[in-house]
Unconditional design. Structure first.
Length: 69
């Protein structure tokens, strides 16, 4: 399933670091972050169940990362 989330990330380099970290998660098939639109697309079995884990993983590389719900 593919799901898009509105996110907040401070810079393009940080967005790339977060994207790389999220892609390494076992449950995530793919992740794409667009810094200009502040959108993140996740491909996974159940993306909504992974939101907390995704935020935790992204905050390891970018403490200001957040998903706007």
């Amino acid at each position: 399933m593919r799901k898009t989330y509105s996110i907040e990330v401070d810079c393009a380099a940080c967005a790339l670091k977060c994207e790389d970290a999220i892609k390494k998660m076992a449950e995530v098939e793919d992740c794409q972050i667009n810094f200009m639109t502040q959108k993140m697309t996740i491909v996974a079995e159940n993306p909504d169940a992974l939101v907390k884990a995704i935020v935790k993983t992204a905050r390891k590389v970018e403490p200001d990362f957040s998903i706007n719900e």
